[in-house]
Design a protein around this ligand. Structure first.
Ligand SMILES: Nc1ncnc2c1ncn2[C@@H]1O[C@H](COP(=O)(O)OP(=O)(O)OP(=O)(O)O)[C@@H](O)[C@H]1O
Ligand SMILES: [Mg+2]
Length: 364
């Protein structure tokens, strides 16, 4: 049986004062899925979420929730829970009153209200703060209460707009894990907005990558990471090395590319058609490059260079290696014995043809 579709966007478009901020947005969200909208500031994430919530109306296209067309239906009739980008608790109400607010609107009985509020506060692990006011909570606690308030109405759809963005790094990670646990526990269909690629990769079943109001790619985290549909997706999702070159040979699955600086490298034939003589752009992730001694035996792709810059980052060291006119950034987690990363050291970069991503360059 095909999965149930909880949310569908068909050709959604939004224009603000002659500015097209969302266009051709098509998406089907399955029941229970965790979907992230990922993209840089201003790409239209909040605008799209607000259209799903009903705070904004699309200028074109159709929106369906659980099979019902929602265009023109006000937010409170869409049965969804929302956590806004900026803190959204009522300052003059206690935590318990904040959490119960949605139930009060729905005229739920007092005992049921108390029971359900208690349950969601336990779910976000904050049962002890019920009598406090928002200003007596930490930022992270406030966001957890905002999530509890969204969950208490047992929404058919949970919309979260960068709920972790105002928190420090450690707390972000903690709350991220908690969101994951919550989603596994209650399985509510969730749309999560973020500009943080790590958050999107770790939480999502699928990610929608947005750029200037249009969808660049929709895919699983592995799709997005390993099989990016565009240069934008590849570069937005993590650090990468970019080299310009030309295809000089082609043998079975292997392409040989010569970069502008004269570096020759092999790459596995991409799905996209690339012919000998074509200009291509080559990408290699820093974590896919291994450093070896400059006189080590040749393996797949190798290039001799000199260490130019290093940054120690705890779990790994980032190392820039100069190879002629190119500089390759390498993420070093374990260094082979006998190698040195001191500035000016001779070193060799090695990487597999499988780890080279090729995209068509400019024709000519
Ligand atoms: N009410 C409005 N009137 C006019 N322009 C708007 C309005 N709301 C948003 N915009 C513009 O629409 C574009 C998309 O805004 P949106 O808030 O959806 O971005 P976002 O992806 O959520 O960004 P961020 O990550 O910074 O929150 C931006 O260029 C923004 O300036
Ligand atoms: Mg936003």
């Amino acid at each position: 049986m095909a999965a149930k579709i909880d949310v569908e966007l068909r050709n959604i478009k939004k224009v603000f004062q002659n500015n097209v901020v969302v266009q051709n947005f098509n998406l089907q969200v399955e029941q229970g899925e965790f979907i992230s909208f990922l993209g840089p500031s201003g790409c239209g994430k909040t605008t799209t979420l607000n259209m799903i919530a009903g705070f904004l109306e699309p200028d074109e296209g159709d929106l369906f929730i659980k099979g019902q067309r929602m265009n023109g239906v006000p937010p409170h009739k869409r049965e969804l829970g929302m956590v806004f980008q900026t803190y959204s608790l009522f300052p003059h109400m206690t935590v318990a009153e904040n959490v119960a607010y949605g139930l009060k609107l729905r005229k739920v009985s007092k005992t049921e209200m108390q029971e359900r509020s208690k349950r969601v506060l336990e779910l976000v692990k904050l049962p002890h703060v019920a009598d406090r006011y928002p200003k007596q909570l930490s930022g992270g606690q406030r966001q957890r209460i905002a999530i509890a308030r969204a969950l208490v109405i047992e929404p058919s759809l949970l919309l979260l707009d960068e709920p972790l963005s105002n928190l420090d790094a450690k707390l972000r990670e903690e709350l991220r894990d908690e969101l994951k646990r919550l989603h596994q526990e209650i399985g509510v269909t969730t749309i999560f907005v973020t500009h943080d690629q790590e958050e999107a990769l770790s939480l999502s079943d699928r990610i929608v990558v947005l750029n200037h109001g249009h969808v660049e790619q929709i895919g699983t985290p592995a799709d997005i990471y390993h099989r990016p549909a565009s240069e934008f997706v590849h570069t937005f999702i993590g650090k990468t090395n970019k080299l310009e070159g030309r295809v000089v040979a082609r043998q079975d699955r292997l392409l040989t590319v010569e970069t502008q600086s004269g570096l020759r490298l092999k790459a596995v034939h991409p799905e996209r058609a690339v012919a000998e003589g074509d200009a291509v752009t080559v990408f290699i992730r820093p974590e896919k490059i291994r450093l070896t001694a400059a006189d080590a035996p040749a393996d797949a792709n190798r290039a001799k260079g000199k260490v130019e810059l290093t940054s120690f980052l705890g779990a790994f060291t980032e190392c820039d290696v100069r190879i002629g006119t190119e500089v390759l950034s390498v993420k070093v987690q374990m260094l082979d014995p006998g190698l040195s990363l001191s500035i000016g050291s001779d070193i060799c970069c090695q990487w597999s043809p499988e780890d080279v991503l090729i995209m068509p360059g400019e024709r000519g």
